[in-house]
Design a binder for this molecule. Sequence first.
Ligand code: PBG
Length: 343
Amino acid sequence: MNKFTPAKAAGARSVDEITGSRRLRRMRKADWSRRLVQENRLTVDDLIWPIFVVDGRQVREPIAAMPGVFRLSLDLAVKEAERAAKLGIPAIATFPNVELGLRDQTGSHILDPENIINRATRAIKDAVPEIGIITDAALDPFTSHGHDGILRDGIIVNDETVEQVTAAAVIQAAAGADIIAPSDMMDGRIGAIRDALDANGFSDVAIMSYATKFASAFYGPYREAVGTAGLLKGDKKTYYIDHANSNEAVREAEQDLAEGADMLMVKPGLPYLDIIRRLKDEFRVPTFAYQVSGEYSMIKAAGANGWIDGEKAMLESLLAFKRAGCDGILTYFAPEVAAMLKG
Ligand code: PBG
């Protein structure tokens, strides 16, 4: 037998007395009212599509750890860029898988105007001038050790790396890149790149700073995609931000803006929504998130196993970035979600 006194009998308040008749469920009662009060929306204009490019023709290599993502030769990358433009995706970000023979200690091949990244930019700009091209000026796909900087005696040397990354940025701009997005986290790179772009007549080329790039386990599949997984020794903790830190991320963003960054990026994405919100509130500048390879693969893998509804999880994760304050998202889901939003 229940030994507790029924609350009603003891004079407990009704729900309306408790809430003061404020019932938040009222506006959730129907689809029309939910749509009416929806605060954030995901549109195709929020999407940046990162793609992987390789040498060759008619190459479409699957990346095992990223179901649905391929390394594309330039002929096919151009086709995909055309498809993206038709879907209304505003911009593409390119990442190369460079043949091993071209990688060295300093990543010198990044300075070749004919490297795969610069050829990709020219080919895509030629065929699809209306789509924005974002290039990463980081060295990691070009170094024989997979680090984003020049490695000497076990140390990633900052200033020499900045020189290399800056020269690469100018060459990428000359190839037609609209936005330079340096992801290496060296100190001073944004100001150095801004000066060099301006000095070479590229004052219209913008800089999207990977301002808060955290040392993270979520980059794993990307390293398979660009072929750095087997090369990388040690970790990137001497240059990426400790993922325990939030104030340091704000300081990085503040510094990059002072040096001339036009936009900020937070990377990875979903585990760092708190950082996105802090940056948006603090600086009120265009703010982006990179939903990185590991985030993509987790949703894809769980979806493929039937453990979650992959499509719904994709949409929910992308909308979460908007709610956190993002103006846009770099995501491998871009064409899939764009097609869905269109249909
Ligand atoms: C390195 C770089 C990384 C990514 C893009 N450029 C991280 C890394 O390899 O350390 C990750 C992107 C992703 O995981 O989707 N400059």
